[in-house]
Write a protein that binds this ligand. Structure first.
Ligand code: ADP
Ligand code: ADP
Length: 229
């Protein structure tokens, strides 16, 4: 499962000032949609609406055909994983950070969950001593390691839908490439919505929509959109 559909969605934080002017797209289960557009276009707003942080003024938002308005907050949180731009680690152990939401998980349980979510190889690239503290008085992790621990936290829940919010933009370019490779591999196996500023970062998406000031101004595959540039 994991089909995500927006049908003619209209929304404004202030109903007097509409931000999304009839946005439609369908992401079939297991496919990747990229939403590209400048700052302020409404990309994060789409993610928040999917989580039902806000109710829309018109249209319909469904996951596997179910209106998100009729789904509990708890099952939405189970269905959607989000990898935000810079995820924060807790001032605690690596195990706590990875297992957040599964508190008290042992290394064996984390590894079993990693296999279930098909991210076992990825988990093995993390520091393996889960009792090690990170943060202020603990181990200093590199930017890439922090990002990987935080990504693992989201992926271990094995959500059918994944939102990647330009997850790698804060990293140096080598680490960025490395993490992009990991995320690309992971996104092949589940429904993914990538939010990005630039077309060049979403070459692999099955469909790209270009959002400007709350309107979908273009849609297609990467090659089509680059040709039209
Ligand atoms: P993007 O993610 O593409 O940068 P956003 O979805 O964050 O765009 O913002 C779209 C528009 O909504 C912008 O005009 C922004 O100022 C406005 N906006 C975003 N969040 C809020 C909010 N919480 N309250 C009111 N307006 C908001
Ligand atoms: P969890 O691991 O429980 O999902 P997070 O700290 O990752 O905890 O996020 C808490 C909740 O906040 C998420 O489940 C999601 O509902 C929401 N959330 C986090 N980041 C964003 C975002 N960038 N846009 C919309 N919702 C978000």
């Amino acid at each position: 499962g994991g089909e995500v559909r927006f049908q003619d969605v209209r929304f404004g934080y202030d109903p007097e000032r509409e931000i999304l002017h009839g946005v439609s797209f369908t992401v079939p289960a297991g496919r990747t949609l990229a939403i590209v557009g400048p700052s302020g276009a409404g990309k994060s707003t789409i993610a928040r609406i999917l989580f039902r942080f806000y109710d829309i003024q018109a249209g319909r938002v469904t996951i596997d055909g179910q209106d998100v308005a009729s789904v509990t907050q708890q099952s939405l949180r189970a269905a959607i994983g989000i990898v935000p731009q810079d995820m924060v680690l807790f001032n605690d152990t690596i195990g706590y950070n990875i297992g957040y939401g599964r508190e008290g998980a042992t290394q064996a349980q984390i590894e079993a969950a990693a296999r279930a979510a098909s991210i076992h190889d990825f988990i093995m690239t993390l520091p393996q001593d889960y009792d090690t503290r990170v943060g202020e008085r603990g181990l200093k992790l590199s930017g890439g390691e922090k990002q990987r621990v935080a990504i693992a936290r989201t992926l271990l829940k094995n959500p059918p839908v994944l939102i990647l919010d330009e997850a790698t933009s804060a990293l140096d370019s080598r680490t960025e490439t490395e993490i992009q490779t990991v995320l690309r591999d992971i996104s092949r196996r589940r429904t993914t919505i990538v939010v990005a500023h630039r077309l060049s970062t979403v070459v692999d998406a099955d469909e790209i929509i270009v959002l400007e000031q709350g309107y979908v101004v273009e849609r297609g595959r990467h090659a089509d959109l680059v040709r039209a540039d």
